[in-house]
Design a binder for this molecule. Structure first.
Ligand SMILES: [Zn+2]
Length: 213
């Protein structure tokens, strides 16, 4: 492990980023989240980070996460400017543009980790369970129907049951990771070569904690 962590590194240089293994990037993200959840987030000089990254960037990870206003990545993972790409879309769903973005972040820009990050009490999943039909939301919400059907859950299968909503979120995360591997030869090859890792995780709005699934 390098002496300097992501938190201490105001600016993530190519040298520092390239010295990290995919597993170390996962550990650093979880450590950053633990600092956030326990109220020990790093004091940052945002202007220095903005100026120090204006010319180039060497992010260590790319996240596919939900657009939920309560899950801003930089805050919940205690990261600085330039540390990670973040692809945000309601319900962290995959489409061709998202796949292209993940491939750019890794194959072209050198990120070591793809993390699909869902969260508890997700509005997109609630709406999909409620079978909402409205404009373009209908197309988006249709992406969750397979996850709803595949979720084995004996209790009340409604949006009023947070345990069922979170069970669907877990199924959806596993399916999303599977879809990424299925549909992206580039990412599959990078993962097989050990150049990147791909993981799914969930952020708990109540505790502020991220758990790998
Ligand atoms: Zn959400």
């Amino acid at each position: 492990m390098p002496d300097q962590t992501l938190a201490e590194a105001q600016i993530l240089t190519r040298e520092l980023r390239d010295s990290l293994s995919p597993q170390q990037v996962i550990e650093l993200i979880l450590e950053g989240n633990a600092r956030f959840a326990s109220g020990r987030s790093t004091r940052r000089d945002w202007v220095a980070e903005q100026q120090g990254t204006a010319e180039e960037q060497f992010p260590a990870a790319v996240f596919l996460s939900c657009m939920d206003s309560r899950a801003p990545l930089t805050a919940i993972c205690d990261m600085g400017i330039g540390h990670a790409f973040n692809c945000r879309i309601a319900g962290n769903a995959v489409n061709d543009d998202v796949l292209g973005s993940l491939e750019y972040a890794t194959a072209a820009a050198g990120a070591k980790l793809v993390m699909v990050l869902g969260h508890s009490n997700c509005g997109a999943i609630l709406s999909a369970i409620d079978n909402v039909h409205s404009g373009n939301m209908t197309i988006l919400l249709a992406r969750f129907q397979n996850a709803i059907e595949e979720t084995e859950y004996a209790g009340e299968r409604t949006s009023a049951n947070p345990a069922f909503v979170d069970a669907v979120a877990h199924t959806h995360l596993r399916r999303t990771l599977w879809k990424i591997r299925e549909r992206s030869l580039t990412l599959r090859e990078l993962e097989a070569a050990g150049a990147i890792a791909m993981v799914a995780a969930i952020y708990d709005l109540e505790s502020g904690r991220i758990s790998l699934i």
